[in-house]
Design a protein around this ligand. Structure first.
Ligand SMILES: *Cc1c(COP(=O)(O)O)cnc(C)c1O
Length: 234
């Protein structure tokens, strides 16, 4: 399949999922996850009208952002964040979806160049004690949200989650619904919050049914990532 065909398929997928959830088809944003993908594929997707791209690894992302600096792409950082990486993230990305602790939020705020405007932030939540150790636990969430919302160079936009992979649709729905419930509560406290980022290639239908309004799609858009791509990362 060409990228063009893959995009059409995914857009149709989103439309079907929103329809069966009785939601507006425009209510779900598609984030194209371009990690492990060549610049020319990103460019092709951009030419097809895709504007939001997600990257997980800084060493891979920076050359791509540089090469595509003529575009108006919105770059989302979605990977684990080490504190020595926050400066490059704050200077090169429009969104960070994986903020999971105060230390990272503080550094991003301090290092965000004022001339770039506020950095959009999603707090990554971990409701299911994932083995990856990424994500803010529920007991720490209020404190982190409260901190982010007070930072002048950060704009709290919502939550991101990567629940454990489930092949069973009911289990997917159950996990996503629990996250959506947390999101609804967060919105009550912070009315400016508007983004719930959950759902990937394999479980986007369940995520949309549960209330996701941003799906992060990689392999279904660009094809499978090369098996050895991580070994090339610094
Ligand atoms: C890689 C990745 C995705 C995309 O995964 P696919 O299964 O290829 O759609 C989404 N979100 C995060 C955080 C990722 O790291």
């Amino acid at each position: 399949m060409t990228i063009d065909e893959r995009f059409k398929t995914i857009r149709q997928h989103i439309e079907d999922a929103t329809k069966s959830a009785r939601r507006d088809s425009n209510s779900v944003t598609l984030l194209a996850v371009s990690k492990a993908q060549e610049i020319n594929k990103i460019e092709q997707a951009y030419q097809l009208g895709q504007k939001a791209f997600g990257e997980s690894y800084l060493s891979e992302a920076l050359p791509k952002i540089e090469a595509l600096s003529h575009s108006d792409i919105d770059w989302h950082f979605i990977g684990p964040i080490q504190s020595n990486k926050t400066k490059d993230i704050a200077e090169n990305f429009d969104w960070v979806q994986s903020v999971d602790r105060i230390k990272i939020a503080r550094r991003l705020n301090e290092q965000r160049p004022t001339k770039l405007g506020k950095l959009n932030v999603l707090v990554q939540v971990d409701l299911f004690e994932e083995s990856t150790k990424q994500g803010c636990q529920l007991k720490d969430l209020d404190e982190l949200l409260d901190f982010v919302v007070q930072q002048p160079n950060l704009h709290l936009r919502g939550l991101m989650a990567i629940p454990p992979r489930q092949s069973n649709t009911q289990q997917q729905l159950d996990q996503f619904s629990q996250i959506a419930l947390v999101f609804e509560n967060v919105k009550k406290t912070y009315p400016e919050v508007d983004v719930l980022s959950m759902g990937m290639s394999d479980d986007m239908t369940s995520a949309i049914a549960a209330g996701s309004n941003m799906v992060r799609i990689g392999s279904a858009l660009f094809g499978e990532r090369p098996a050895n791509w991580k070994s090339k990362l610094k």
